[in-house]
Every structure is written in structure tokens, then in C-alpha cells.
Write a protein that binds this ligand. Structure first.
Ligand SMILES: [Zn+2]
Length: 194
């Protein structure tokens, strides 16, 4: 049976993000809506860009070379399109540098062009600070979740720099704590207290 409704289901995961690449002969503009772009080695495999997933990477086994790509979400206020931008590591460098300088890439205005204006032309990105009063930044999307959907890889199988390693707590008895403290004191005095 086909069920039609006027309402979104409660577990609706939100909008999908179209993946965009910098076109030739036209500039791509927008504001970055994520605080840190994420990068990973990828392969051009089966007619599309897929992530390299060692140790069981089919593309690696077939001898396909990998290329590092960065992913960031971008909002274009003119078209009101919120999309996923794919960039090579070299092209993404100005954005990464903006993040290093300011601690976040959120709100970073970008203008991307290809020089020369051909499909494989080098990507040049100009970054600027933007006024959030004039150009409000949409709520930060969950970038790993977007990539999980894009590549059909369960979120649990995606490791991000923020993934916390769960280390089981070790019970330390008061005696061994004391021994450890004494050993530490000994080491410090052996090093001349430095
Ligand atoms: Zn691979």
C-alpha cells in the first residue's frame, strides 16, 4: 500500500545534502556552515569518488591510487542551497588555514574559481570573514552523518578525530597509588627536580 501524508515522519533525518564540486567557468560562493571540514583518502572507483576504507578496501586491492579529499558544508544565501562541497587537499588549504587562524571555519565566506577555467583547472579559493547579522549561519549540520549517508557507511563504522576511545576504568588500590606517588617523587628528584 502507498501511504501519502502532509506531515514529515518524526524520525525524518532532515534535508539531504547535494554534493558539489567547483564548476568550470563559473564561481561557486557561499558561507561554510561547519566548524571543521573533514578529510579522508578517497578513490575514483566505479565511476564515483568513494572513501578508502582499509584494511578491506576493494579499490586498494585492485591497485587504484588514492587521493585526499576534504568535505565541508556550505550555504549559498542567494540560491538558499545548503550543500556538501568536495575539495582536494590542495584546494582546501586556504579554508584549513582560516580554521587554524580563527579556531573555526564556521561563517567563513568562500569564493571558488578554477584557473584556467577548465574542468581540471586548479581550484583557487578566496576566504573572507562574513557578518553573521547580514548573512545568518544555518544550524551546523552533522558532517559525519552526511558522509555516512553519502557513502552508505554506518555512523558506528566512521572514525572522526573527536571519536572518544573508551578506556575501561582501572581500580587502583590505595597501596599501589602510594607506590606510584613514591616512584614519581623518586624520578623527579633523580632529574634534579626539573
Ligand atoms: Zn583504498
Amino acid at each position: 500500500m502507498l501511504n501519502l501524508s502532509y506531515e514529515c515522519p518524526e524520525n525524518f533525518e532532515g534535508q539531504t545534502f547535494t554534493i558539489m564540486r567547483v564548476p568550470a567557468g563559473k564561481s561557486l560562493q557561499g558561507i561554510i556552515t561547519c566548524s571543521k571540514p573533514l578529510g579522508t583518502p578517497t578513490h575514483f572507483w566505479g565511476g564515483r569518488t568513494i572513501p578508502c576504507t582499509p584494511p578491506s578496501c576493494e579499490a586498494c586491492k585492485a591497485g587504484s591510487f588514492s587521493r585526499y579529499h576534504f568535505y565541508t558544508t556550505v550555504y549559498d544565501h542567494r540560491s538558499q542551497l545548503h550543500f556538501l562541497l568536495e575539495l582536494t587537499a590542495a584546494a582546501a588549504e586556504p579554508i584549513i588555514q582560516y580554521g587554524r587562524d580563527r579556531g573555526t571555519t564556521l561563517g567563513c565566506g568562500i569564493r571558488c574559481n578554477r584557473i584556467p577555467e577548465v574542468s581540471n583547472g586548479r581550484i583557487h579559493i578566496q576566504t573572507t570573514m562574513t557578518d553573521p547579522q547580514k548573512y545568518p549561519i544555518p544550524e551546523e549540520p552533522n558532517l559525519p552523518a552526511i558522509l555516512s549517508r553519502l557513502w552508505n557507511i554506518p555512523l558506528e563504522e566512521i572514525k572522526t578525530p573527536d571519536t572518544k576511545k573508551i578506556i575501561p576504568a582501572i581500580e587502583i588500590s590505595p597501596e599501589s597509588k602510594l607506590r606510584h606517588a613514591n616512584r614519581l617523587r623518586q624520578t623527579i628528584s633523580n632529574n634534579g627536580g626539573k
